[in-house]
Design a protein around this ligand. Structure first.
Ligand code: GA4
Length: 331
């Protein structure tokens, strides 16, 4: 007999104060930098955005909209299927279908999701993806965004003056690299209309991504917010045609803190459902994560004690979503 855990109710999900931009706050955030990777100067623009915000968007990326639309349609079909069918792909542990529970340490959000290992090979038949059409759409989409992540990491190396150009991107193209893909569905949350305006419901709690970089796109519904380096939260205007790039903890360490991972979160929307898809580019488990020697100035010491991606991932999965996971590795 299969016993299904009852999904947690809204009362168990934390409320958030809506972002307070403070005096001059909104105007002092110039907005999310947009980079066309084919432009001359793109490498420096990428590094500048990663230093200032740990976040930017890639425009004119060349990924056919058909690939994106196909996954949008398949994801919508999956999330609209009967609960029992979705539950058959879960509970997420950590991979599979998850409903409101994020990770295994008590974090919860107003969402359901599919979390998949995508590595280099196509998502296998025996994975948590129930339909072959969804599996094909995921494989095609991931193939395309892996290319975006690779180009971004090449631009980072070039912009930082690191040789060879693939010093970072080869950690992702490595046959043993650890790549994860998640499709999130944040249902509309009409109960929000009964809360005072300054409150919202947590969709996905604040966190940094442990990997090198993450490539995110959404269906154009608002909800994503990011923390600036001074701690202020700002909303990210949705753009369904762009890919948002998020710097992860591992890239922060490889650059000895020059590029910083960015805390981000999602708040529920009262009226419109939000669907997002995120590709997490992680290195091979045995990959050593330590500042690249070219990035250490004369006499400059590493800010972190050395670890492998496998060790970091294990520590991450034992942590709570909002923890500062790099702290225990700081020297
Ligand atoms: C955050 C980034 C990715 O979504 C993820 C998440 C993972 C999960 O959902 O299982 C974690 C979270 C993420 C970091 C801390 C742990 C693990 C949930 C959680 C509480 C897939 C990842 O790699 O790390």
């Amino acid at each position: 007999m299969v016993v299904l855990a009852k999904p947690p109710a809204l009362e168990q999900i934390s409320l958030l104060r809506s972002p307070e931009l403070g005096p001059g706050g909104a105007s002092s955030f110039p907005g999310v930098p947009a980079v066309d990777l084919s432009n001359p100067g793109a490498a420096l623009a990428v590094v500048d955005a990663c230093e200032r915000f740990g976040f930017f968007k890639v425009v004119n990326h060349g990924v056919p909209m058909g690939v994106v639309d196909r996954l949008d349609a398949e994801a919508a079909r999956f999330f609209a299927s009967p609960q029992a069918e979705k539950d058959a792909s879960g509970p997420a542990n950590p991979l599979g279908y998850g409903n409101k529970r994020i990770g295994s340490n008590g974090d919860m959000g107003w969402l359901e999701y599919l979390l998949l290992a995508v590595d280099q090979a196509p998502v296998p038949k025996a994975s948590h993806v129930p339909s072959s059409s969804l599996r094909d759409a995921v494989n095609q989409y991931v193939g395309a965004v892996r290319g975006v992540a690779t180009s971004v990491l090449e631009a980072v190396a070039e912009g930082l003056g690191v040789a060879p150009r693939d010093a970072l991107s080869r950690m992702v193209t490595d046959a043993a690299s650890d790549q994860v893909f998640r499709v999130n569905h944040y249902p509309a949350c009409p109960l929000l209309q009964r809360l005072p305006d300054s409150y919202s419901v947590t969709g996905f709690g604040e966190h940094t991504d442990p990997q090198l970089v993450s490539v995110l796109r959404s269906n154009g519904t608002a909800g994503l917010q990011l923390a600036l380096h001074d701690g202020r939260w700002v909303p990210v205007p949705p753009d369904r045609d762009a890919f948002f790039v998020i710097v992860g903890d591992s890239l922060q360490v490889l650059t000895n803190g020059r590029l910083k991972s960015v805390r981000h979160r999602v708040v529920a929307n009262s009226l419109k459902p939000r669907v997002s898809m995120i590709y997490f580019a992680g290195p091979a488990p045995a990959q050593r994560i330590a500042p690249l020697p070219e990035l250490l100035g004369h006499g400059e010491q590493s800010l972190y004690r050395e670890f492998t991606w496998g060790e970091y991932k294990k520590a991450a999965y034992r942590s709570r979503l909002g923890d500062n996971r790099l702290d225990p590795f700081r020297i």
